[in-house]
Design a protein around this ligand. Structure first.
Ligand SMILES: Nc1ncnc2c1ncn2[C@@H]1O[C@H](COP(=O)(O)OP(=O)(O)OP(=O)(O)O)[C@@H](O)[C@H]1O
Ligand SMILES: [Mg+2]
Length: 661
């Protein structure tokens, strides 16, 4: 075990830091209850108590019945008692003590001898009361089950939705630092744990614990010396269990963490299958997989056997406890006529309690093993929302210039994560309305970082971005994002239909989202734009035309076609700024030319920022922005930049044999 922990110290520390360590905190149970419909849980608890009370009463009622505690049978018997019989009863009572009991037994014996002449005397009242209690028990049982399952579903749903919303809305740096396998594991396995395992084990624990409570109370009331056995036994159970309790959640955390590693590796292999085969590194991955899977299986073995360990010890302790309870009952019974009536009940309970004790501890242990899943779900639900990060920026006061100025970026600083150096170190640039600017620079100079900061995919640390009249850096996140469109380097299509890529109305309608304020884009407009990007012929041939199927990530389209669909999407967006991350790797020269032409003609009234990987792109642009180490190194028309001695652009242009007069 230790070796296992030491083998991956950093990872485990990180996972523990994320989820807490050691014993499961009781507060998690409180949070779980608060996540669901609390009223249902309260109803369940009340019904549980009613059910237990009724079931204890039913057990005692049998004894009352046998001894005719309430005299219901005696009242019927009374009419049968003749003077000689009364004499017999009195004599026996002098010998044995309990009048009602002796009377009943004597009458019963007497009648058995004369069965043919006398009807057997009994009172229906016992039947009615017993039947009433049983019906009550069944109803309480059913209702309590329904209320618990409804409560559990409500809690699991809320935990899952909170977790999912938080993950979807969190900042991008979270995905940079969290392996995908861990996210999938938590969204799938942890949710399943709360849905099924945790609820089931908690239900078992509460039911069995209430049964034990009922039995202990009954035993203690009927035979109080048993308190001297029960109290110390419970203390020993609690001590043993608390020791065990500090280990099991840790094992479960470790199990989850090692499973995340297996998931992550699977994900990596699936994503990189082509490279793995091409480089023939299958053996290496096979080895890694075997090692991760074995580690996970080892932990699973520990987790499963820990239950057996505790069950063995608890059974031994339970056997001793049952023996002592029964022993005390046997010793005392001859001296106490009352106790002798309940001796059978005490013996049965004494034996059942030890079995129940083991069962409740195992059920509770199993429930506790699932609690880290709730911890993790709660922890994911608290992930920082990216728009909250943006809100802190909104509150900072900044002087705005109220005029149609184009795009003005002032002292923009952005870092991907707090511990990293800034990727943008204070970008200052002013772009006039309708200007088309090519962004160039060596690899890693900050071109893409600038584009994604404009989109606020990563929040700027300081600085301001003003677009025409509005300070977009200080607008709510989704309002500012609407003002900018992007044609990304890696084109992405949503799964659904082609029309849904373009038309928000259709997309929202298909997904059951609100459509207020949205309108369906007419077919004619879509066909015109598809014609512009020279994609209409291909789409016409597809089954369904504009409603043809797009599978996940647009895998049924070629990269170039996907890029063109993204162009149409950007044109339809009617954004004030269009960012173009040139996709030299994905499109052929001809498609590239089409895109350049569309940008020039269709986006002539918008600001266009084009990250130029191929330098000949800059020829069609008004200005060139050269990035270097997160700063604007040069900015101006290409002719101006060519004049700068030892300038970066001049050097790049010379290397690319670009002819600029
Ligand atoms: N997700 C990220 N997390 C941390 N650092 C990053 C991340 N993306 C980029 N960086 C860093 O930020 C710096 C700027 O990267 P950026 O992607 O903006 O360069 P680029 O100019 O677009 O380069 P290229 O021409 O290769 O696309 C680099 O040092 C890079 O290592
Ligand atoms: Mg880039």
């Amino acid at each position: 075990m230790n070796s296992l922990i030491l083998k991956h110290p950093s990872l485990l520390t990180k996972e523990e830091a994320l989820t807490g360590s050691g014993n499961v905190s009781w507060s998690i149970y409180g949070k779980y209850i608060k996540s669901g419909k609390v009223t249902l849980f309260v109803i369940y608890a009340v019904l549980l108590l009613i059910y237990q009370g009724a079931s204890q009463f039913a057990a005692i009622l049998i004894t009352y019945w046998a001894t005719d505690k309430f005299g219901w049978t005696s009242s019927k018997t009374a009419s049968l008692i003749t003077p000689p019989l009364q004499y017999l009863i009195d004599k026996q009572q002098q010998e044995f003590g309990d009048y009602q009991f002796v009377k009943l037994k004597t009458v019963q014996c007497f009648m058995e001898l004369n069965q043919k002449e006398f009807p057997f005397p009994y009172s229906e009242k016992y039947y009615y009361v017993y039947a009433g209690v049983c019906v009550g028990m069944v109803l309480a049982f059913l209702l309590k089950m329904v209320s618990f399952f409804k409560f559990n579903i409500s809690a699991a749903q809320r935990l899952y939705m909170n977790q999912l919303k938080a993950v979807v809305r969190t900042k991008l740096s979270f995905f940079d630092t969290t392996p995908q396998g861990r996210i999938i594991n938590r969204l799938v396995k942890d949710t399943e744990s709360v849905d099924f395992a945790f609820g089931r084990f908690l239900l078992m624990t509460l039911l069995q614990a209430s049964m034990i409570l009922g039995m202990v109370v009954t035993i203690c009331v009927l035979n109080w010396p048993c308190v001297f056995v029960i109290v110390p036994s419970v203390v020993i159970y609690v001590v043993l269990f608390s020791k065990f309790r500090s280990v099991t959640p840790q094992l479960k955390r470790l199990e989850s963490k090692t499973r995340s590693d297996v998931f992550s590796l699977c994900q990596e292999v699936m994503d990189q299958l082509i490279s793995i085969r091409a480089y023939q590194v299958e053996d290496s991955f096979r080895k890694q997989f075997r090692s991760s899977a074995l580690t996970n299986l080892n932990v699973q073995l520990y987790a499963n056997s820990s239950g057996k360990w505790v069950s063995f010890r608890m059974t031994q302790l339970g056997a001793v406890m049952a023996f002592l309870i029964i022993f005390i009952a046997m010793i005392i019974a001859p001296f106490s006529p009352t106790l002798s009536q309940y001796a059978a009940l005490i013996v049965v309970y004494g034996y059942s309690i030890q079995q129940l004790m083991v069962a409740v501890i195992l059920a509770f242990t199993n429930a506790e093993q699932e609690v880290p899943a709730i911890e993790r779900m709660l922890e994911f639900a608290q992930l920082e929302n990216e728009s909250d990060l943006n809100n802190s920026l909104i509150s900072k006061s900044i002087v705005t210039k109220k005029e149609n100025i184009g795009l003005d970026i002032e002292n923009l600083v952005m870092r991907y994560r707090p511990e990293l150096k800034p990727a943008l170190r204070g970008v200052n640039v002013h772009i006039n309305p309708k200007e088309h600017v090519a962004i160039v620079g060596r690899t890693g100079s900050g071109k893409s970082s600038l584009a994604i900061t404009l989109f606020k995919l990563y929040q700027p640390e300081t600085g301001a971005i003003q677009l025409n009249e509005e300070l977009v850096s200080h607008l709510p996140l989704y309002d500012s994002r609407r003002k900018i469109a992007i044609i990304p380097q890696e084109p992405y299509l949503f799964s659904g239909t082609l029309r849904q890529q373009f038309c928000e109305f259709t997309r929202n309608k298909a997904e059951g989202l609100p459509t207020e304020g949205l309108e369906r884009i007419p077919d004619q407009k879509l066909w015109e734009l598809l014609e512009t990007v020279q994609l209409s012929d291909y789409i016409k041939q597809q089954p369904g035309g504009l409603d043809c199927l797009v599978i996940g990530n647009g895998e049924n389209f070629s990269s170039g076609q996907r890029q063109l669909v993204c162009v149409v999407r950007a044109l339809l967006r009617d954004a004030e700024v269009v960012i173009l991350d040139e996709a030299t790797a994905y499109v052929d020269h001809e498609t590239d030319q089409i895109i350049q032409k569309i940008v020039k003609e269709q986006l002539k009234n918008q600001i266009v920022l084009s990250i130029a990987h191929r330098l000949d792109t800059v020829l069609g642009m008004d200005k060139v922005l050269v990035m270097d180490q997160g700063l604007v190194a040069e900015f101006g028309s290409k002719e101006e930049l060519m004049q700068i001695e030892n300038g970066i652009f001049r050097e790049l242009a010379m290397k690319a044999n670009l002819l600029i007069e």
